[in-house]
Design a protein around this ligand. Structure first.
Ligand code: TPP
Ligand code: MG
Length: 397
């Protein structure tokens, strides 16, 4: 069922947005699902309004658009570099699962909440305007209402704001490109950022990226759900969901290149769908970021319990997956999928070309990309508990 928003609430929201000093829009999964990306772009452009996205499954806005200001690094809008103090925030299609005592949207701004899934509306955020609607209709109606309200002086202010947002967008893009200036760019085992960079160079312009690559920060893909590259992020899924998700996405979209990015810890929780890829000839390319570790949980322990015994002794019980190292290419071969290990950027580039040829032949392919452990407090040879059951045996059977 598709629902239009209450016209009286649309009027109130339009007035808040038209009068705002610095409005901010959060676009989320309902925008993608309602195929309303172009409508979100239209409203943003009408208002010269910066656009961001809080943790979701899909990318719901063209990331090269000059009004795109990136996603907040720590989920909350307060962690955005820009804008720092929005006075009106509009959510379009996010259920707002806050995951923290500090809500995603700060308390300072007036808040407009537009979505069809209204269950959690107003339960944490005090909400100035609730707009229960199919977001495609909601965006249409709101855009029409805002257009009615814009005076010449407001339009001038909007043009100036658009320029300010564009300057930030361009600066952020220039800074992101500096990732390639890392002095360790050529190292092996590789920087995770280097692996991401090579895959982003390699991916088709309308590739679908299934992302379960642990603590890896995606960059360089310039997602654009309106005809460009698309994202399936592991939000809300269990560890090990990535490979199965990728197989499902390829089944649903056989004409699109599907690339599965997965951490080694995540991969070993759920490689089973490799077998389905082999049997059904689903040419998915899987890249494992193999740092032989639960890198994220390692860093989180140090962050959350810095005075703990594991940090004091350097003996971490839960994070190192080496000794013996797992070979993900062998695991893939066991499921009937051709695979190889890539140690260096050169090997990775060559491996990606072989993966492309496998895709042409209708075959899945896996690359076990060797990635450095870069968090704090990693030893070169991490400690493991000195337990050797074989030595404890009273009977050698
Ligand atoms: C079913 C399940 N078990 C455990 C966890 C906790 N957990 C979150 S991230 C993670 C490790 C991920 O490791 P990896 O994929 O190698 O990524 P890295 O942290 O090394 O980047 C674990 C165990 C989880 N999210 N889901
Ligand atoms: Mg890992």
């Amino acid at each position: 069922m598709r629902v239009r928003p209450n016209p009286a609430e649309v009027e109130r929201a339009a007035k808040l947005l038209a009068e705002a000093r610095m409005p901010l829009m959060i676009v989320c999964d309902e925008v993608y699902n309602a195929r309303a990306v172009a409508k979100a772009v239209k409203l943003a452009e009408l208002l010269g309004m910066p656009v961001t996205q809080a943790r979701q499954i899909f990318a719901s806005f063209p990331e090269t658009h000059p009004l795109w200001v990136g996603s907040p690094p720590a989920a909350r809008l307060a962690t955005l570099d820009f804008p720092k103090n929005p006075d009106v925030v509009i959510n379009v299609g996010n259920k707002l699962q806050h995951n923290s005592p500090a809500p995603i949207v700060g308390r300072g701004a007036k808040f407009i909440d537009m979505r069809i899934d209204s269950w959690s509306m107003g339960n944490v955020m005090s909400t100035e305007v609730p707009l229960v609607a199919d977001v495609a209709y909601g965006l249409d109606d709101l855009t029409a209402a805002v257009a009615q309200l814009l005076s010449d002086s407001t339009r001038k202010r909007i043009r100036e704001r658009s320029e300010e947002v564009r300057r930030f967008h361009d600066k952020a893009a220039a800074l992101r490109a500096l990732v390639a200036r890392n002095p360790e760019w050529e190292r092996s085992p590789m920087l995770a950022d280097r692996v991401t960079h090579e895959v982003a160079q390699f991916a088709e312009r309308d590739a679908i990226i299934v992302h379960e690559a642990g603590s890896v920060n995606l960059h360089g893909f310039d997602f654009n759900p309106d005809g460009g590259r698309e994202l399936f992020f592991y939000y809300g899924a269990h560890l090990g969901s990535g490979v199965g998700t990728a197989a499902g996405v390829k089944l649903a979209r056989p004409k699109r290149q599907v690339i599965c990015l997965v951490g080694d810890g995540s991969f070993v929780f759920g490689p089973t769908a490799l077998w389905n890829m082999a049997r059904l000839e689903l040419p998915v390319i899987t890249v494992v970021y193999n740092n032989h570790a639960y890198g994220g949980p390692h860093s989180r322990v140090i962050e959350k319990v810095p005075g703990g015994r594991m940090v004091q002794t350097g003996h971490f019980f839960h994070d190192y997956l080496g000794s013996p190292d797992m070979n993900m290419a062998w695991i893939a071969k066991g499921f009937g999928v051709e695979a190889e290990v890539a140690q260096s950027p050169e090997q990775l580039k060559a491996a990606l070309e072989r993966a492309r040829r496998a895709s042409l032949d209708g075959k899945p392919y896996l690359i076990d990309a060797q990635v450095a452990r870069m968090g704090v407090a990693w030893a070169d040879t991490p400690w493991t508990p000195p337990i050797r059951i074989a030595l404890e045996r009273a009977r050698k059977v």
